[in-house]
Ligand binder design. Sequence first.
Ligand code: ADP
Length: 482
Amino acid sequence: MTAAKQTSETRVPFFRSIQAKYALTYLLVVAVILIVMNTYPLLMAENMVFSSKENTLKRQALVIGSALAVSETLTREGVEQTMALLEEVQGTRVLVTNADGQVLYDSSDEDNRLGGYALMGEVVAALRGQDVSRSEYRDGAIRCWAAAPAMYNGQTLGAVYIYEYDREQAQVLLSIQSNLRYISLVICAAAAVLVLLLSKALTRNTGRLLSAIRRVREGEYSHRVESLGRDEMAQLADEFNQLTDRLQTTEEARRRFVSDASHELKTPLASIRLLTDSILQNESVDMGTVREFVADIGEEADRLTRISEHLLALTRLDAGAERKPEPVELGAVTEKVVHLLTPLAQAGEVELKCRIEPACTLLATEDDIYQVAFNLMENAIKYNLPGGRVDVTVRRLGGKVSLIVCDTGVGVPREDMPKIFDRFYRVDKARSRAAGGTGLGLSIARDTARLHGGDIKVGPNPAGRGTRFEAEFPVLKEGDRR
Ligand code: ADP
């Protein structure tokens, strides 16, 4: 096993797997939700409690302040009398100071500050004429402070300071908090299980696709992935299946081509072997027979040359070798081929006629167009009958230029027409062999035409017996010339 193979087949560690990434993402989302759930409602509830308490305390301070402000000065007795009339509030401590901050009244028994100075921030602010409040939650209790001035005729006589210590409401807040924690824990556990199951389900298809890719890579080209639903993974699987279809077709074509090519090469080689053996093993062979056999060996060698030339041409076409297209006059190239093939036509007693329209220019290489024209016309002569005809037409119609080759030869059966462009396909093997064919000419011609935006079509000769081939290309317009 190669190093590359080993690497690609190693199991991805869990922490680097897509499943772990999915799981982590889900868990992060759940964690964020839980954090928000555990803080926001609590903060809201706390703020509500604080502001309601502060408002109540401030209102009380103001009420006491206005109840006290009945004369120009505050006295300890006066304050005590007024305070005695007011209802005492549970859990609160009330302090009243004069304008200097000296305590005139303190409702607390434990830490009574009567006579002392109360210099708390709230008192100082109240003596400046402001009503203030503040709250905090500490050690399982809510503490709240408020202060308001006692005003008489626009003059500050003193300050009323109220402090409240509340454990009950703090307990309510605490129980909300612990309930939320309990719920969060349950959600966390459920989310962890769900995340594991979900991420596994989501990555199951990735695993299936991965194993399919590996099987195809190992050479199992017929393997396909089953339908994986309707999401992007399913599309990926479909694309993979289509890719594998193409790979399988290409691979089969390649194998067929290699086996056909070796068979085609073996046949002339076997003939050469046979002919040489016949000469070597027969001592009494006369010179005339030897010459005949050697001529046959020469023919087989020619066939081998043709096959290898055609194979080379196909390989170059498959490799997509760089070509430099230039304007080519189809008529001029056709005339050259007609001129070259006239002796062959005469030898086969075939009449070769040609009609060429002017201005049939296309963009290609002259060699390629020559190759196409030569293959079509040579076939039309090769597969003709003595006394037959080949009509070659070069015309321009719409945006196309065409080379039409009609013959009155042996024809191609309809069912064979789509196959004659396949590599090594011959309708009549013996006739093709006798005519020196390789079964590659049309395949080369069509691939070459397609390389220049053209194509070759085949059909029966509309004039009667024989076949009609039409190679068409996009015309080169004036504007296309640079
Ligand atoms: P080959 O080298 O055998 O001629 P081609 O690829 O040129 O190979 O042609 C493939 C087959 O198509 C030929 O073997 C022949 O059977 C058939 N064919 C091609 N052109 C003609 C034609 N003009 N008339 C009849 N049969 C044809």
